[in-house]
Design a protein around this ligand. Structure first.
Ligand code: HPA
Length: 247
C-alpha cells in the first residue's frame, strides 16, 4: 500500500481506534526492527487511517523501550505522510487540568539514553534537521480546525516536557519543569517527534491530560493512580475519532 495515509499513534489507555472500518492488519518489519505491534489500517470519515498502539496493544512496552524508529519507519513504509501522536500526559499549569485535550506547540526533551536519531549507522548522512517548531505547523492547524468544526474543546498551544519514566516525577522535578516553561509532562513525546522530522513525516501531538502532575494541582499531595489516569483518558478521548475523521 503506498497511497498517502494519516497515521495515528495511540498512547497509554488508547490501544485501538474502535471506529475504524474494514480493517487490514499489517506486521511490517523495518531495518530498525519490529514496531510495537500490528498496524491496523482502515477507513474513518471516508479516508484511510493507520493506527498503531505505541506501547503495544496489551501495553507491554514501557516508554524508554519503545522502538520509536521502527514504529515511524513502519508507518512510513505503509504510506503514511502525516502522523498524529496521541500522548497521555500530566498537566502542570492551570489551563491543563485532567481531561483537557491540548495540541502543544513546543517541547523540551528531558529523556536520556534513547536512540534518538536515524543517523546512527556508519555511512548514514548526518542530518541536522530544523526543529525550532517541533510539531508541523500545517498539521497542527488542521488538528485545531478539525476540533473547531467538530465542536471538540482543544487547547491551542503549550509546551510538552518529555521525561524518561517509567516512574512519575517528583514534585521538585515538576516545579523545575514549570520554571522551564513546560505545561504538560509525558514520557513518549521524544524521541518520536525528532525522528518524525528526520524521516520527513508531518507530525503533531494531541495530548490527553490524565492527571495533575506531582504537586501541580489544587491538592498538592494527591497520589496519582493508574485507575484515575485510565478513567480520565477514557472520558477525554470520546471526541478523538470524530477529530481524526475530520483531518
Ligand atoms: N507524568 C509523566 N507522564 C505522564 C503523567 C505524569 O504525570 N501522566 C500521564 N503520563
Amino acid at each position: 500500500m503506498t497511497s498517502p495515509l494519516l497515521a495515528v499513534i495511540g498512547g497509554t489507555g488508547l490501544y485501538a481506534l474502535g471506529e475504524l472500518q474494514d480493517i487490514e492488519s499489517h506486521q511490517p518489519v523495518t531495518k530498525y526492527g519490529a514496531p510495537s505491534g500490528p498496524v491496523r489500517i482502515g477507513t474513518l470519515g471516508g479516508h484511510r487511517v493507520a493506527f498503531l498502539a505505541r506501547h503495544g496493544e496489551g501495553h507491554s512496552v514501557p516508554p524508554h523501550q519503545v522502538n520509536y524508529r521502527a514504529n515511524l519507519a513502519a508507518l512510513r513504509a505503509l504510506g503514511a505522510t502525516r502522523v498524529l501522536a496521541l500522548n497521555t500526559v500530566g498537566g502542570i499549569t492551570e489551563r491543563f487540568g485532567p481531561r483537557v485535550l491540548a495540541c502543544p506547540e513546543q517541547l523540551i526533551d528531558y529523556t536520556w539514553g534513547r536512540v534518538s536519531t536515524i543517523c546512527e549507522e556508519p555511512g548514514t548522512d548526518v542530518l541536522h534537521v530544523d526543529f525550532g517548531d517541533p510539531y508541523t505547523p500545517a498539521l497542527r492547524a488542521a488538528v485545531l480546525s478539525a476540533a473547531r468544526r467538530r465542536g471538540i474543546a482543544l487547547v491551542d498551544g503549550g509546551c510538552y516536557g518529555a521525561t524518561q519514566g517509567p516512574r512519575l516525577e517528583t514534585k521538585a522535578e515538576i516545579a523545575r519543569m514549570r520554571r522551564d516553561g513546560c505545561d504538560l509532562v509525558g514520557m513518549t513525546g521524544m524521541p518520536e517527534a525528532g525522528l518524525a522530522r528526520e524521516m520527513g513525516l508531518e507530525y503533531a501531538c494531541l495530548a490527553i491530560v490524565a492527571n495533575w502532575a506531582a504537586g501541580a494541582g489544587p491538592d498538592v499531595d494527591e497520589v496519582i493512580t493508574l485507575d484515575d489516569v485510565l478513567a480520565n483518558v477514557a472520558a477525554a478521548s470520546s471526541g478523538i475519532p470524530a477529530l481524526v475523521a475530520g483531518l
